[in-house]
Design a protein around this ligand. Structure first.
Ligand code: ADE
Length: 281
């Protein structure tokens, strides 16, 4: 546990989540000061669901610290308000913003390679989470952070669930105090029946690949939820982005198979992405 006196939250604001904001801060540990990011919440100022997500994220991050592609946790400030989750500061911010910066650049082989490595980092985090039976449920480029060396780290666990705790399959719909859900990243079984399991994250991983290939477009941007969820049910999928290779599109498409078991495992995704790398050499 950390204390308010160890933290100097001087900003700037670098993100906003469902439950509050994310700010830059410095953390004093003995005589060393390190740059960190803090997620804050004032329980009395937010809905019960958002405080619950904040606590859920804190709990999940403690469990998931043994992996380089998950944001590092420094600790919590729980005494007094606001309450803080203190995490590693990721210099290059979130992946969606980074992809937007690339829209005005020439995409060199070096950048293509970086993007494949970023996708591999995310697949590697999913592989690790699968061993712990943790389902993220909100995998999207906005929740992936980039360090100084462009290592991707999953950085937001507000909606994640332990499938042991919740049972193999859980019904989301009708759950009390449900906050906003990332519908455009969700597989049909989750959208329609509230069923989630590790392969739900594989579907969202396919959407992350699509966001990367389209340099940060929003999936089904122009369509209302009831339209695209019906389209998904009828077998329609996100289009192939401009300049996306057939191989990359086939891999994301496999993540969107209706039959849950037929979707690739995170380990298979890693192997296939590795092949893309050797093609870039
Ligand atoms: N935006 C959200 N969380 C962040 C973090 N840990 N580092 C940098 N930008 C962020």
């Amino acid at each position: 546990m950390l204390s308010h006196s160890q933290l100097n939250v001087a900003g700037p604001i670098i993100g906003s989540g469902e439950f509050g904001k994310v700010e830059c801060a410095s953390l004093q540990i003995e005589s060393v000061s390190i740059q960190v990011a803090v997620k804050s919440v004032i329980p009395g100022n937010c809905r019960t669901a958002c405080y619950r997500d904040f606590c859920n994220e804190a709990e999940r991050l403690i469990t998931l610290q043994e992996h380089n592609n998950i944001i590092k946790l420094y600790g919590f400030v729980t005494r007094g308000d606001p309450k803080y989750i203190v995490i590693e500061y990721a210099k290059h911010g979130d992946l969606k913003c980074y992809l937007h910066t690339l829209r005005n650049s020439v995409i060199t082989v070096a950048i293509e390679t970086r993007l494949v490595k970023i996708a591999m980092n995310v697949a590697s985090a999913l592989e690790y989470m699968e061993t712990l039976r943790i389902v993220h449920r909100d995998l999207a480029c906005r929740n992936i952070l980039l360090t100084e060396d462009y290592i991707a780290k999953i950085g937001d666990f507000g909606l994640s669930r332990d499938v042991y705790e919740s049972g193999e399959y859980s019904l989301l719909q009708g759950a009390e105090g449900q906050g906003p859900l990332p519908l455009r990243w969700m597989p049909p079984e989750l959208l329609n029946r509230g069923i989630f399991e590790p392969k739900s994250d594989v579907w969202s991983f396919g959407v992350v690949m699509w966001e990367i290939a389209s340099l940060g477009e929003t999936p089904f941007q122009t369509l209302p939820v009831f339209v695209f969820s019906k389209m998904l049910d009828d077998g329609t999928r996100l289009h192939k982005p401009n300049n996306c290779t057939n191989k990359a599109y086939i891999l994301m498409y496999k993540c969107w198979l209706k039959h849950i078991e037929s979707r690739p495992s995170p380990s298979t995704l890693l192997e296939e992405l590795e092949e893309f790398l050797s093609e870039n050499e």
